[in-house]
Write a protein that binds this ligand. Structure first.
Ligand SMILES: *Cc1c(COP(=O)(O)O)cnc(C)c1O
Length: 391
């Protein structure tokens, strides 16, 4: 197998999904479902895996809608979110009885224009001041989030009023997804409390509460799936009956980050008057497209044992011609040589389907199961790069 390449460890992925499902069922029962966040890693093999394991597809664009349908997600098992839906795909989502959560003004207008005879169901994305309740936890900070209808300024109430005025529409759900850095249990308790408060204040008879994604998991010292589901269920049960109201969660990173590695190889070692640079065929763009992370989980696999320790610092660099493409600073580590491998772990979320097509095209992806490897995406070449281009 030629480096660089990603490896999906199938048994680990399977374990993540089963453990998440079990946590959800333990705390809320079987009136619950997982919508896998397609944007987090939309590799076709992964989407099919999620479909086969009973997950719904959680999508946020009409392109993702087409992709989900291509893989086999169909009527009824898609959750359609986000502010950039097209009008056509919005109506398709409703007609096919998928979960459609409205986000903005134009979608309310479309709903009012909808010409159908059968009753349709929709959900509303809730925007509220989470930062105020959990200072320092949210990604948007004091500027506030930009998705959904705001609770504090009355926009949500107005959206509820407009939906309730439509005879053919049932307001069936609330969508509560928020982006946070810390992913503490408090964040989820606060969001669940808000879902309770809105249901009561606005007199909603809800068929579902969708808590969104953003969970962690997989680190012993951090909350795990069971902690999250327990905290959410405990609060939601104050206002909602698990027999009547479905609990939906939309994990992405928490299930797909851990089971994927990126395997890279040392190409060359270069000394300057300042430093020793170890050039590899990997890159920060493959595991950290924003090039913002300060450290990575990794292992070194040297070609032979007994290599002597290099007394200075070795700087492991990526393949791009970007100076800042430096991944690891090794101090007092064995001396790296061409052909040695650097294997990055936890490389599955917002990586292989997010990274730019820059200098060296998308790496191959393999699935590993009990030591056997199967290629599920060939390396991209200039052929894939030029598709649909003219010159
Ligand atoms: C991105 C997103 C998710 C998944 O988020 P993760 O951090 O990958 O778990 C879930 N729901 C919605 C609406 C999203 O936009």
């Amino acid at each position: 197998m030629k480096t660089p390449y990603y490896v999906i460890h199938e048994d680990m992925l399977e374990d993540n999904i089963r453990t998440f499902q079990k946590a959800l069922e333990t705390h809320w029962g079987d009136n619950s479902l997982i919508g896998y966040s397609v944007k987090t890693n939309s590799l076709p093999w992964i989407l099919k895996f999620m479909l086969d394991h009973g997950c719904y597809g959680e999508i946020v664009s009409s392109d993702e809608y087409d992709l989900a349908e291509k893989i086999g997600f169909g009527a009824g098992n898609i959750i359609y979110n986000g502010p950039i839906k097209t009008k056509e795909s919005f109506f398709k989502g409703l007609k096919n009885k998928n979960y459609v959560n409205l986000d903005s003004e134009r979608e309310l207008t479309w709903l009012e224009e909808y010409e159908g005879t059968e009753e349709i169901k929709i959900g509303l994305r809730v925007n509220f001041d989470l930062e105020k309740a959990c200072p320092g936890d949210t990604v948007s900070g004091e500027e506030g989030g930009r998705f959904g209808y705001n609770y504090e300024n009355g926009c949500l109430r107005e959206a509820v009023r407009r939906v309730k005025a439509l005879k053919y529409v049932k307001l069936a759900g609330l969508h509560m997804h928020n982006s946070t850095y810390t992913r503490t249990l408090k964040v989820y308790r606060t969001i669940a409390e808000m879902a309770c408060r809105i249901g009561k204040e606005m007199d909603l008879d809800l068929e579902y509460v969708d808590m969104g994604g953003g969970f962690y998991g997989g680190l012993p010292e951090k909350p795990g799936y069971d902690d999250y589901m327990g905290a959410i269920a405990e609060v939601l049960k104050k206002a909602y009956d698990p027999k009547k109201t479905k609990l939906i969660v939309e994990p992405g990173a928490s299930v797909i980050c851990g089971p994927i590695d990126l395997v890279t190889a040392v190409l060359d070692v270069k000394d300057t008057n300042c430093s020793r640079f170890v050039v590899t065929d990997g890159s920060r763009i493959y595991i950290d497209p924003h090039m913002k992370m300060h450290s990575y989980y990794y292992d070194l696999a040297l070609r032979e044992e007994g290599r002597k320790v290099y007394p200075g610092r070795q700087i492991i660099c990526g393949m791009t011609c970007v100076e800042s493409d430096r991944l690891i600073y090794l101090e007092h580590e064995r001396e790296l040589c061409p052909g040695d491998l650097v294997i990055y772990h936890k490389a599955g979320s917002y990586t292989m389907c997010y990274s730019p097509v820059f200098i060296q095209y998308h790496p191959a992806v393999y699935v590993e199961k009990q030591g056997n490897y199967c290629c599920v995406r060939e390396k991209w070449t200039a052929e894939e790069y030029v598709q649909n281009s003219r010159w």
